[in-house]
Design a protein around this ligand. Structure first.
Ligand code: TA6
Length: 309
């Protein structure tokens, strides 16, 4: 089983507009809504790629939380969310069909209290014991300590699960101290993680590996990705595509990598699967959504080569 953790679940809404006019009224041409937050996106894409046994957990609250849980179940994913107080957030992505830009507005989400966290810890321990891999993704809700991921990683590890972490800012800096098996920082986050040692990208990735993180990937949008996996460095090149909605491509990359990782695939194949999932997501109007046919087609167009400084 693979368990994904989304502490700050969301309804991801995408508004497609003919042209976004700041400070003026803009009529929305099309609305696409789905259960979101990074870990839920990872769970859904894992399922779409054909991984049968996926559980999604975290906090979901109120009417929005109910919608999120219903959509997760409808996607064939086992859901084990803890109901917290307030309302789960809405994350809005406005895509301007005129210039192709994407503008994201992410609500902070509800505060989570100590009693709900305690319930979650127990659930995570139980799910981790059943899981080959636990994937922690996204921001930490207010009310919870910023160093929480390090503690949660410890709980999952103690139950024998491998652990991935995909978050940002201080949550990533603190969580990385627990040495997850995989992280996916962006270029700025590498500098934040390493301070002045960030240096160039190659040195940064190398240095994170030297700190004991076995697998590090940096996605670079249309430029593909670079990665260090089990001691080797790789550059991943993706084909040119006409993107529809790139939000969730990072989560799809994580899902693709996880799919290969739990099957002990060679590094090159894990990375190819990951990059194809990231690109396939960008072809869908829905956030965190991969059509298996697109994925299969893109797999043949991705190159994974040794990466030298
Ligand atoms: O990666 C895209 C996305 O997962 C959106 O679906 C949206 O829910 C957002 O990120 C949430 O990110 P955050 O870091 O605030 O948890």
């Amino acid at each position: 089983m693979i368990t994904t953790v989304t502490l700050n679940a969301a309804i991801d809404k995408t508004y497609y507009v003919p042209a976004l006019a700041k400070g003026k009224v803009t009529r929305v041409a099309e609305v696409v809504a789905t259960a979101g937050g990074k870990g839920i996106n990872v769970a859904r894409v894992l399922k779409q790629l054909g991984h049968a046994d996926v559980t999604a957990t975290g906090f979901a609250s109120g009417y929005n939380g109910q919608y999120i849980q219903d959509r997760v179940k409808a996607a064939g994913i086992r859901e084990e969310f803890v109901e917290a107080s307030g309302e789960s957030r809405i994350c809005l992505n406005v895509i301007d069909r005129g210039d192709g830009s994407s503008t994201e507005l992410l609500e902070p989400g509800p505060e989570v209290g100590a009693e709900h966290l305690e319930t979650f810890r127990r659930k995570l321990k139980r799910l981790s014991a059943e899981s080959a891999l636990v994937i922690f993704s996204g921001s930490i809700p207010s009310g919870l300590p910023v160093g929480l991921y390090a503690e949660l990683i410890g709980i999952s590890r103690a139950e024998g699960a491998e652990v991935f972490l995909d978050t940002s800012g201080e949550a990533l800096i603190q969580g990385t101290k627990a040495k997850p098996s995989f992280i996916k920082p962006n270029e700025d986050e590498i500098v934040a993680l390493l301070g002045n040692e960030g240096g160039d990208l190659y040195e940064g990735v190398l240095s994170l590996q030297a700190q004991g993180i076995a697998n590090v990937a940096v996605t670079l949008g249309a430029d593909g990705a670079v990665a260090a996996v089990s001691g080797q460095r790789y550059r991943i090149t993706i084909p040119g595509i006409a993107p529809v909605n790139t939000v969730g491509s990072g989560d799809s990359f994580v899902a693709g990598f996880a799919y290969g990782f739990v099957r002990n695939w060679p590094a090159e194949e894990c990375l190819r699967y990951a990059a194809a999932a990231g690109s396939a997501n960008a072809l869908s109007p829905t956030t965190g959504d991969v059509d298996p046919d697109d994925h299969r087609r893109l797999l043949r167009q991705i190159t994974v080569e040794p990466w030298k400084s």
